[in-house]
Design a protein. Structure first.
Length: 367
C-alpha cells in the first residue's frame, strides 16, 4: 500500500538524489566557535556520509569556518519572543516550593533557522536534509542508521521524553532539536506555516520542542523513544541553567522575590501577593526594605529558620509602581525606588528588577 502525503508517495524505498547537512549555530564564544569548526571538519573528513554542508548562523561567521561549508548563511535577525507572548522558565525546587524566573524565549530564533535553512536547501534542489545543531557529537552510527531509515520513512524524530508542560502538568512528546532528518518535498507546507504568530499561539504553554513535534509528526514518521537514543546522541556544550547561582546567591543566604502562586487540583493560581523568599540561611539576617528611603519593613531572621517568607505591603500587580515592569522586552523603571538591604548590604537593583518575572510556587504537586 502506498501513502501519499504532501504530494510525495511513500511505501517504496526512497533514495535522495541530492541531500545535505543543515548545521544551525549561534556561536558567540571562542569555545562554541571551536566546537563548530570541529563539527564541520568531521563532516568534511567523513567518507561514510559525504554530503554538502549548509551552515545557518545567527551570529557572524569567520572565514576559517565558512571555508568548511558549501553554503553559509548569516541571518542577523535572531528574533526574540516578546516576554508578554512567550518565555522560558528556569526553576528550582526547594522543600515545598518551586522558585522560578522567566527568561527571554530564543526558541523561535531556532525555529526560524530551520524554516529558512530548509527552504533554502529545497530551493537549491536538495530532496533530503539532516538538520543538526553545531555541537552535536556526530557518529557514523547515527548518520548511517538515519540514512537507512529515510529510505522508508518521511522523517526521523528523536522524541526526548514526555516533556512536562506549564499549564497544570500536561505531558506531550517533543522533537529533540539537536538532530532531525527529513525528505523535504513532503513538508513544504509545514515548513512555510512557521511564523511568529503561529509559534506564539501554539507554543505559549509549552516549549519549542513540543511545537516542532506537532509540526513534523505524521503517519509516516519514524519516532525513536527517548530510552532508545539517550545514550547514543550527545551534545558537546552543556547549558548552564543554574539561575540561582548567577543571580540569587548572597553572603550567608539565597533569595528571590516574586509573586506567590499556589497549586490547587493541578491548577496554578496567582495570589497577587509579592514575597521576598529567603532560603539556605546560614547566618542571622537583618532585613530592611524601604521605598524612597522610607523603611516599610525591618526584621531579624535567625539562621535556625533555614528559610523565611516576607510578604511585602503591596500587591504584586503594584510591583510596576515600586520596581518597574517589562514592556516589549525592555524594562521600564518605576519613579519610586524599592531597596532591600540585608546585613547592611544592598541587593543590586538590577537583580531586584527580576521581580516582575519571578514567582514562588507553594505546594507545587507537579515537582
Amino acid at each position: 500500500m502506498k501513502l501519499s502525503i504532501g504530494g510525495e508517495t511513500y511505501g517504496k524505498p526512497f533514495k535522495a538524489k541530492k541531500d545535505c547537512f543543515l548545521v544551525t549555530a549561534y556561536c558567540d564564544t571562542d569555545e562554541k566557535k571551536e566546537v563548530l569548526k570541529e563539527t564541520l571538519s568531521r563532516l568534511n573528513r567523513s567518507l561514510l556520509f559525504k554530503k554538502d554542508i549548509i551552515l545557518f548562523s545567527h551570529y557572524p561567521v569567520e572565514e576559517d569556518i565558512t571555508s568548511l561549508t558549501d553554503y553559509t548563511i548569516f541571518d542577523y535577525s535572531n528574533p526574540i519572543m516578546n516576554l508578554e507572548h512567550s518565555s522560558t522558565i528556569h526553576w528550582k525546587k526547594y522543600k515545598y516550593y518551586k522558585i522560578n524566573t522567566l527568561y527571554l524565549d530564543y526558541g523561535y530564533a531556532a525555529v526560524q533557522q530551520w524554516k529558512r535553512g530548509l527552504t533554502y536547501a529545497y530551493n537549491l534542489g536538495y530532496d533530503a536534509a539532516y538538520v543538526l545543531n553545531y555541537d552535536l557529537d556526530i557518529t557514523n552510527e547515527l548518520i548511517g542508521t538515519t540514512e537507512k531509515d529515510l529510505r522508508y520513512y518521511s522523517n526521523v524524530i528523536l522524541d526526548y521524553g514526555k516533556v512536562k508542560m506549564n499549564d497544570g502538568g500536561q505531558y506531550k512528546p517533543a522533537l529533540h532539536m539537536s538532530f532531525f532528518a527529513l525528505r523535504l518535498r513532503g513538508f513544504l507546507n509545514q515548513i512555510m506555516s512557521i511564523n511568529y504568530d503561529d509559534y506564539y499561539q501554539k507554543s505559549s504553554f509549552g516549549i519549542t520542542e513540543n511545537y516542532m513535534f506537532e509540526k513534523f509528526n505524521h503517519k509516516n514518521s519514524l519516532i525513536y523513544p527517548y530510552k532508545n537514543w539517550k545514550d547514543k546522541v550527545k551534545t558537546l556544550i552543556k547549558m548552564d541553567t543554574d539561575f540561582i547561582k548567577h543571580y540569587y546567591i548572597r553572603d550567608g543566604y539565597k533569595w528571590i522575590m516574586g509573586e506567590e502562586k499556589i497549586w490547587i487540583k493541578n491548577k496554578e493560581i496567582g495570589t497577587n501577593k509579592c514575597i521576598l523568599f529567603l532560603f539556605d540561611i546560614e547566618k542571622d539576617l537583618d532585613v530592611k526594605i524601604s521605598i524612597d528611603n522610607k523603611i516599610i519593613h525591618n526584621s531579624i531572621v535567625p539562621s535556625k529558620l533555614q528559610y523565611h517568607l516576607i510578604y511585602l505591603p503591596f500587591n504584586y500587580d503594584e510591583v510596576k509602581n515600586y520596581i518597574g515592569e517589562y514592556k516589549n522586552n525592555k524594562f521600564n523603571d518605576s519613579d519610586k525606588k524599592l531597596k532591600i538591604s540585608i546585613n547592611n548590604l544592598d541587593i543590586p537593583r538590577e537583580l531586584i528588577k527580576l521581580t516582575p518575572i519571578s514567582a514562588i510556587e507553594v505546594a507545587n504537586d507537579n515537582v
